[in-house]
Design a protein around this ligand. Sequence first.
Ligand SMILES: NC(=O)c1ccc[n+]([C@@H]2O[C@H](COP(=O)([O-])OP(=O)(O)OC[C@H]3O[C@@H](n4cnc5c(N)ncnc54)[C@H](OP(=O)(O)O)[C@@H]3O)[C@@H](O)[C@H]2O)c1
Length: 326
Amino acid sequence: MRAIQLNRFGGPDVLDVVEMPKPEPQAGEVLIRVRAAGVNFFEVLMRGDRYAVTPDLPMMLGVEAAGTVEALGQGVDTSLTGRRVAAPLFASTHPFGGYADYVTIDAKLAVPLPDALSFEDATALMVQGLTAFHLLRQSPPAGKSVLVTAAAGGVGSLLVQLSKRQGASAVIAVAGSRAKLDLALSLGADAVVDYSTADWPMRVREAAGGAGVDFVYDIVGGSMTSALLEALAPGGELVFAALGRYAIGASEMEAMITRNQSLRGFALLPLISPDVLRASLSKLFQLAAGGELVVTKGSRFALDQANEAHRLLEERRSIGKVVLVP
Ligand SMILES: NC(=O)c1ccc[n+]([C@@H]2O[C@H](COP(=O)([O-])OP(=O)(O)OC[C@H]3O[C@@H](n4cnc5c(N)ncnc54)[C@H](OP(=O)(O)O)[C@@H]3O)[C@@H](O)[C@H]2O)c1
């Protein structure tokens, strides 16, 4: 089978297509023929060794896939044969290898897909859907004004919709182009602001009624954090979820003290046991299959064009979910 391997860190072209033996499902596992593999922004950072954690090389990329069960390991329920399932590899003991023709996963983590949900849409609900879902569980938007960064991206587009659905009093979406802002509006944002303009924090405060927003859900980080704090209301909370990209100093911290504001970190993995993962993924799948949650279809690439998928994300040209279709 084919898989994408990272042999050295660098630009998109360091992604190599390699031939390797089709994996054998071990006891308790299923073998899945991959029909869609999700591409996530953190993988772009990992490929360039710009992520918070430096992985050992060589490594296989891809932490989520969806496809059809082709073979069963010992002891697996035979009714799974031929089923359409999600493979959230990131939650398993071998979390990488999703950019490939086949993956294996513990059968307990293979979550069935409703008939109305495509393989591609299912990939958008794994890392990105679960991140949006659990981030809002941790900092619930009901009755609050919220700001979502990178609002047309994978996590961001779901945060906008779920915040609205869960009763946020105002959802303000920020993103880097007109097309991205239009998408956020179509997904239910109450106001949008282009954060490539200089005065954008002030425009967010105005959109929130003057004082700023109650919650900032930030998935961008870096130099944006101090501007986001300017958009935050007194007593507000900035949730930061972009691992390894923070640069706030003493002056911002002191301003936070005077404004009774807080910072709260968010990391998905420690929050999801296998049972929680199955329950929350099934919920997201139901919402999307029933049309209550819109998965924004982004670009699709053949497996051997994984480098182009990474380039699109890195150059900030992606909207919605980017997938590989082996
Ligand atoms: N903490 C957790 O557990 C967790 C879990 C999953 C994901 N995340 C984080 O969530 C974020 C979003 O992930 P995603 O997969 O949904 O990606 P995405 O939003 O689909 O794509 C990344 C977006 O980030 C924005 N961006 C800002 N600065 C950028 C830069 N220097 N280079 C490229 N893009 C830039 C761009 O939108 P604009 O042009 O609109 O700015 C771009 O479209 C990532 O930072 C990821 O690490 C965290």
